[in-house]
Design a binder for this molecule. Structure first.
Ligand SMILES: Cc1ncc(C[n+]2csc(CCOP(=O)(O)OP(=O)(O)O)c2C)c(N)n1
Length: 686
């Protein structure tokens, strides 16, 4: 069966085992080429699953490329969403989409998102990227098929590290309970995850016994032996009626086919450069067989169009005020996340400090806690990919007097485990430090599933929780120092992935719960020196034209907006760095509103985590009764993220200094027209 015309039932193409092997090899070559063109992505896991992808899409699954929504098609769920390129290539090789289009991988607006999104690409069944959810979706689809008396099968591809998610076992139990013999799970058992070997990070074995005890049939195969792969899939497909779901445990090699990638944890989330690509293609015996130049040219042309679109939608001013565009706008940039690691390295000798690893330790820098410090290893608790349990375990540690720290991407640190944060941590008022890393859009090409744009709503909404969003690497270090050792109670710190401007130094004040005022003072040799920063409580009104209140990496953007407003319009701006979102420095907000009568907020988040508490402080303050305050809000406007380069996304989501400045000009215009003053000429287009 497999690829067919759903109207006539005619089989359009069938592949022999030998042909499948060739197709899988070509898919590996395309995969590495498109990862290279994207300059990011997951080489290791896409290579380990490729033989299975080829067998499924080209031979085993019934589907129709001309009719992707054919109701009787087999469903393939990629619970392991980071292997999206293998899914895309499966579709492309089966004829659902042009092969060369997969070169648009991870680019802005592209159907080929960093993690699959079914609303963007026909043939993708569901959107995934947050590990551990796919098997439950597959259970739902298999149950629906039973209810509808349909005969199609539901395949669900998972990783072995992914088996650490508790939700997998809830779904496994459900599939066994409901005897879902139309469901086929596939585990890409390559034995590696991000932090190292699965057996060391959090052992999941023996998977055979575990699945069997949940009522599944278990088949173990060599996931690179095409004959075994096809037989296992076809047998499992034929077993409907046996009253049991099937799981295929496919023993594979991460990075399969490329010697320097095989069994290397470092190649989990890495793309080859051109030299590595050529070396890999040679090893795969694919020299001259992959149209690398064409793929690159296609990617480049698409990218040029993306850039043209983005530039067209940017507000324009007299000059180019982008970071480092002019000599006096020079800034040093470093990722805020590094400040978190620096603090853990510096403060980790305190025997109460315990860090929980959630299999993303290097990139969020929590691993700095034990780097080169073997004596701390006993206080490093690797929990695997199990955010929910780790959160409650941290509460347990805190109850016993420890200072637990846990961190992962902010989406998984503050949303996946929200009920655990609420009930285990906050209700019990425990001293747990939660780090939401890669907050905002700046995580870039990974796309929407990895861009935390809602986390602060939940964290700020929880009683007892304290929330800090530092503006740069230096402030992140200071905030972590304070939260880790001094502050007692539940606390959330949110920082970003991308390098962002350093706008504070050792002398800049940081007082938890107290805002800083930042004022542009003079032309200086570089951007930072042109500004003066003070604690807001030590600042006196200078009758500025407006206030911009910002947190996190929006603080440097607000400063740059202040610069634009001064240079292009002569306006004076009070920038408030509201690094602590909870407890809120209400006095600083109210004073700024009273003094300037315009308050514009800027957040790299859905509008409202910063904007609504600020608006609430203003509307509730008796000091402001009867005083008209003009407010505006910059932030993400109720939409999910997208793949793209971090700074492209800052433009696309309209959270750049240019957008802040444009909004400020609009608000100042309102203020002036109210008071009868002439409104200054606005130089905005777009
Ligand atoms: C809920 C959740 N937590 C963390 C991550 C980050 N993450 C992406 S891939 C990965 C490791 C997955 O390991 P495994 O399932 O073994 O996949 P493979 O090694 O085959 O790529 C992690 C932790 C995520 N995507 N989702």
């Amino acid at each position: 069966m497999s690829i067919q015309n759903s109207t006539t039932g005619e089989v359009l193409r069938s592949y022999s085992i030998e042909e499948l092997k060739q197709q899988a090899a070509l898919m590996r070559g395309y995969n590495l080429a498109v990862l290279c063109a994207a300059a990011s992505g997951h080489a290791g896991g896409t290579l380990s699953i490729m033989d299975i992808a080829a067998a499924l899409y080209l031979r085993v699954a019934d589907h129709d490329p001309q009719n992707p929504n054919w109701p009787d098609r087999d469903r393939i769920i990629w619970s392991t969403g980071h292997k999206a390129p293998s899914l895309y290539l499966g579709l492309a090789f089966a004829g659902f989409c042009p092969k060369e289009d997969v070169a648009l991988l991870r680019k802005l607006y592209s159907p080929y998102q960093g993690h699959p999104h079914w609303l963007k690409l026909p043939g993708v069944e569901v959107s995934t990227g947050s590990l551990g959810q796919g098997l439950s979706i597959a259970v739902g689809m298999a149950l629906a098929a039973k209810l509808n008396r349909k005969n199609h099968r539901v395949f669900c591809i998972m990783g072995d590290g992914e088996q650490q998610e508790g939700q997998i076992w809830e779904a496994a139990m459900e599939a066994g309970h409901y005897k879902l013999d139309n469901l086929i799970g596939i585990v890409d058992r390559n034995r590696l995850q991000i932090d190292g070997w699965v057996k060391d990070v959090m052992n999941v074995e023996p998977l055979e016994e575990k699945y069997r005890s949940f009522g599944w049939q278990v088949v173990t195969i060599n996931g690179h032996d095409m004959k075994q792969v096809v037989e296992a899939l076809e047998n499992a497909k034929a077993k409907a009626g046996c009253g049991k779901p099937t799981v295929i445990l496919a023993n594979t090699v991460k990075g399969k086919g490329v010697g320097f990638m095989e069994d290397q944890a470092g190649w989990h989330g890495k793309a080859p450069n051109l030299e590595e690509l050529n070396k890999a293609l040679k090893e795969l015996g694919l020299e001259g067989q992959i149209p690398v130049d064409q793929l690159f040219a296609h990617a480049k042309q698409y990218q040029a169009e993306v850039e043209r679109k983005l530039e067209a939608k940017m507000p324009k001013f007299h000059r180019n005020y982008w970071w480092n565009a002019a000599e006096n706008m020079k800034v040093q940039m470093k990722p805020t996340r590094l400040g978190f690691g620096q603090s853990l390295a510096a403060n980790g000798d305190d025997p109460r400090v315990v860090c929980f690893g959630l299999d993303i330790s290097g990139s969020i820098t929590i691993s700095e806690f034990y780097a080169n410090k073997a004596e701390r290893k006993s206080r490093w608790i690797s929990m695997g990919i199990a955010e929910q349990s780790a959160t409650s375990a941290a509460a347990g540690m805190a109850k016993e007097g420890k200072l637990p720290v846990l961190g992962t991407y902010a989406t998984f640190a503050a949303a996946r485990n929200l009920d655990q944060i609420r009930t285990s941590v906050c209700y019990g008022n425990f001293n747990v430090l939660i780090a939401g890393a890669h907050g905002g859009v700046s995580v870039g090409p990974d796309g929407a599933t990895h861009q935390a744009l809602e986390d602060l709503f939940a964290m700020c909404g929880l009683p007892n929780m304290n929330v800090v969003v530092p503006c740069d690497i230096v402030e992140t270090r200071k905030a972590t120092d304070y939260l880790l050792l001094t502050h007692v109670g539940p606390k959330y710190i949110r920082f970003a992935r991308e390098a962002t401007p350093i706008v504070t130094n050792e002398k800049t004040p940081f007082v938890f719960g107290k805002a800083n005022v930042i004022r542009l003072r003079k032309e200086a040799a570089n951007f930072m020196e042109a500004f003066e920063t003070k604690l807001e409580s030590e600042y006196s009104d200078e009758c500025e034209d407006l206030t911009i209140i910002a947190c996190g990496p929006m603080v440097p953007e607000a400063m740059r907006a202040a610069w634009i407003l001064k240079q292009d319009f002569g306006y004076e701006t009070r920038v408030l760095n509201l690094h602590t979102l909870k407890p809120l420095d209400t006095e600083a907000i109210v004073r700024a509103a009273r003094d300037t009568s315009i308050v514009l907020t800027a957040e790299e988040h859905q509008i409202g985590a910063l904007a609504w508490p600020v608006a609430s402080a203003i509307t509730q303050s008796p000091a402001l009764y009867g005083i008209p305050i003009i407010t505006g809000a910059i932030g993400v406007k109720d939409r999910f993220g997208d793949s793209g380069a971090p700074w492209e996304l800052i433009k696309e989501f309209e959270v750049s200094a240019e957008h802040i400045a444009a909004k400020a000009v609009e608000l100042i215009g309102v203020k002036k027209s109210r008071s009868g003053e002439p409104v200054s000429e606005v130089h905005l287009v777009g």
